[in-house]
Design a protein around this ligand. Structure first.
Ligand SMILES: [Zn+2]
Ligand SMILES: [Zn+2]
Ligand SMILES: [Zn+2]
Length: 330
């Protein structure tokens, strides 16, 4: 079968070359190669080659390597650069225009443009809601360092969002992935209190309510302190709200004690013991402290939580009712 002359593929040594300017068309069908060769203008070709050579020279001259200005100390005392050559960060933050950094920066912006096109760019977003969330988590007792470990978001990013670093104002924006990771950590006072280190201060609110509920049953602060290995005075400080924070270890000891005793009244045998229990119950009543039956486990640690049934009619029928009547009589 005869092939029409225009459809023959021309490539390699078969391609024509212009003797004046050295132009060679791209490989392709013979009719396209022929027309491209006929259309080429030698002057344009020469100018284009000069431009590209000038550009290459410019790149070579400006391929100035810059050191990273963000060195940090390793545990062994050695200083290391934070931004290696061949990264977009070194190009942008340190102004290094060496060939690998330039290539990395170009690859980064191409990838960004492609992701923006399909709406999947993990770009910078407003830091304000994240800052609010981080501060709320911190108020709930979660240290920033632990938040960093739990989310994989660097401590420096978190510090920048909270307060700004190196004398700069707080960050206005942060990576979408970091923002999502931080916002996914729930402000759950109980869960936070249960998972932070023993020596981490957490809000005393839940501990105070548990201890008050036990006092309302007649357990004296002295006896409660004995059970959790604390003096009566620090226990009293928590119960009376002098200390807005307690150590998480203490809070957890009180949770364990409360889970054991929340529905158990002390069993006084001797007369002084009975007097002590009555005195303790009266103290709680005079302050309006409610017994554990009024607290749901999922609100007792929440500073905004309210005792259940506090406004119900049930109030007058059990321990809480007696407390309220006595409070009214006092
Ligand atoms: Zn030519
Ligand atoms: Zn750097
Ligand atoms: Zn570089």
């Amino acid at each position: 079968m005869a092939t029409p002359p225009g459809s023959v593929l021309v490539s390699g040594a078969d391609l024509p070359t212009c003797k004046a300017c050295g132009y060679t068309p791209r490989p392709g069908k013979s009719k396209h190669v022929r027309s491209a060769f006929a259309r080429h203008r030698c002057a344009d070709r020469v100018a284009a080659r000069q431009r590209s050579e000038a550009w290459r020279r410019h790149l070579a001259e400006t391929a100035v390597s810059k050191p990273c200005q963000h060195i940090r100390k390793q545990p062994d005392g050695a200083w290391v650069e934070r931004h290696a050559h061949g990264t977009a960060a070194r190009y942008t933050l340190d102004g290094c225009h060496c060939v690998p950094c330039r290539a990395a920066s170009l690859a980064y912006s191409r990838r960004r443009d492609a992701l923006v096109q399909v709406g999947r760019w993990n770009g910078l977003q407003d830091a304000a809601p994240v800052r609010k969330h981080v501060l709320a988590l911190r108020d709930a007792g979660l240290p920033t360092l632990q938040l960093s470990r739990e989310t994989g978001v660097s401590l420096s990013c978190l510090e920048g969002v909270i307060a700004g670093r190196h004398g700069r104002p707080p960050s206005q924006r942060l990576l979408g992935s970091s923002a999502r990771a931080i916002l996914a950590v729930r402000i759950d006072h109980r869960a936070i209190m249960m998972r932070v280190g023993d020596r981490t201060p957490v809000p005393a609110c839940g501990t105070q309510r548990r201890l008050r509920a036990l006092v309302a049953l007649g357990w004296s602060m002295k006896r409660l302190g004995d059970r959790i290995g604390m003096e009566a005075d620090p226990v009293r400080d928590v119960v009376n709200g002098t200390n807005p924070k307690v150590l998480a270890g203490t809070a957890r000891a009180v949770v364990a004690l409360y889970d054991e005793l929340w529905n158990t009244r002390p069993n006084p045998v001797t007369r002084p013991e009975r007097v002590a229990v009555t005195k303790t119950v009266k103290l709680a009543a005079s302050r309006g402290w409610v017994v554990g039956a009024y607290w749901d486990d999922d609100v007792i640690d929440d500073p905004k939580g309210k005792p259940a049934r506090a406004n119900d009619r049930d109030w007058s029928k059990d321990g809480g009712g007696r407390i309220k009547r006595e409070e009214g009589a006092a």
